[in-house]
Design a protein around this ligand. Structure first.
Ligand code: NI
Length: 185
């Protein structure tokens, strides 16, 4: 298994819609998913979409092991999700900081649905059907955007809240006073 190079913003492959995964349970798919987990872990990300490593398939992984007792708002279960369909639940949107492994060192404030349902399957075709809110909801929306060729800056409304992490300390602190600032990848 191996850590694969992550494509960076500007690479046209990140802007192309991905195709549905049709061959489930194959050794090739298992190997791809393992490489994605290795790549995500090496980059310390919260999620990764297949097109970020140049594979144009509707496949995302996300999540991490959360310490027991951690607040529910920051938990994101480790998930393999193929051919996802997202449905917003309610009208509420939330603003929050995001980062992306395809834009290393940067972050920006993006508005996302506060609560969604996501459906799809795992790598064997078993159904996945969950309701997610807050950070979990944000991560899933961010990753699934990659499958449509959308990067988070393309969702931003206020470009003054976009920049390099090491230059934005004060901006981030001012914003943190009113909203959450955990990052998604
Ligand atoms: Ni990303």
């Amino acid at each position: 298994m191996s850590v694969r190079p992550i494509l960076k913003m500007g690479d046209p492959r990140l802007l192309r819609p991905s195709k549905p995964v049709t061959r489930l349970g194959t050794p090739e798919l298992e190997a791809l998913i393992q490489d994605m987990f290795d790549t995500m872990a090496a980059a310390d990300g919260a999620g990764l979409a297949a097109p970020q490593i140049g594979v144009p398939l509707r496949l995302v992984i996300f999540g991490f092991d959360t310490p027991s007792g951690a607040p529910e708002e920051i938990a994101v279960p480790r998930t393999i999700l193929l051919n996802p369909v997202l449905t917003p639940l309610g009208e509420e949107q939330e603003e929050g900081w995001e980062g992306c492994l395809s834009l290393p060192g940067m972050r920006g404030v993006v508005s996302r649905w506060a609560k969604i349902r996501y459906e799809g399957t795992d790598q064997y075709g078993n159904p996945v059907n969950r309701v997610a809110s807050h950070f979990h909801s944000r991560v899933v929306q961010h990753e699934c955007d990659h499958l449509q060729g959308i990067l988070y800056p393309m969702r931003m409304h206020d470009m003054s809240l976009f920049g390099y992490i090491d230059a934005m300390k004060e901006t981030a602190e001012a914003f943190e006073s009113t909203d959450d600032s955990r990052r998604a990848d």
